[in-house]
Design a protein around this ligand. Structure first.
Ligand code: DC
Length: 209
């Protein structure tokens, strides 16, 4: 298999930043798979449909194009919550598998981050990293990120979101958030961005060779 780096972890663990930096370092394409679920939820909300409309969600998922995401809108707090709801529906996950596996099969390799990359999408990936941090650390990081985007920030509400999303993403029956048995665990609670990247790079180098 080509050089695939699979990065999983809970909301706001820092996995997206790590995935982007690893992709840049190795010159690999990067897919933030959370955007697929966010874009699916966004399509339903835009059409005024309920998030549990499975048929419409599957249709929206099948119609996604990896190249035209409005990331600014999709990365908002509301869309993260909505994405977590549509992501719990097995037919929606099934509709998004081929797209993700095709991305991972690029000849040069790829970096993918999400919740089930090491377990379901790329179980053969050479490098798997499961990124964690305490809910409080993640809520603090998310609050800073949203404030930087100009959104109103209520730390308690964000911590509550983080806990709710952890529960929904981990307890669902379809591809729940969990570390692959052969994933390296990386707890970033006590690390700044550069330290976390150095640790991820060390794991990647060790597994790559
Ligand atoms: O990583 P994120 O916060 O952008 O993800 C948004 C939601 O999408 C998350 O709460 C769960 C879901 N998701 C998923 O179920 N599987 C993935 N591979 C990526 C995201």
């Amino acid at each position: 298999m080509s050089f695939v780096i699979a990065i999983d972890g809970p909301a706001a663990s820092g996995k997206g930043t790590l995935a982007r930096r690893l992709a840049q370092h190795y010159g690999l394409p990067h897919l933030d798979t959370g955007l697929l679920y966010r874009a699916t939820a966004c399509a339903l909300l835009d059409e005024g449909l309920p998030l549990d409309d499975v048929e419409a969600a599957v249709e929206a998922a099948r119609g996604l194009s990896l190249t035209d995401f409005d990331e600014t809108r999709l990365r908002g707090r509301e869309m993260g919550e909505a994405a977590s709801v549509v992501a719990a529906m097995p037919p929606v996950r099934a509709a998004l598998i081929d797209m993700q596996q095709a991305f991972a099969a690029r000849p040069e390799g790829a970096v993918l981050d999400g919740r089930d990359i090491g377990t379901v999408i790329c179980p053969q990936a050479r490098v798997k990293i499961f990124v964690t941090a305490t809910p409080e650390t993640r809520a603090q990081r998310r609050a800073l990120e949203l404030a930087a985007r100009g959104e109103d920030v209520d730390y308690t509400a964000i911590l509550d979101d983080v806990r709710k999303r952890d529960a929904r993403d981990s307890e669902r029956s379809a591809a729940p958030l969990k570390a692959a048995e052969d994933a390296a665990l990386l707890d970033t609670s006590e690390l700044d961005r550069d330290e976390a990247f150095a640790a991820a790079l060390a794991i990647t180098q060790a597994r790559r060779d």
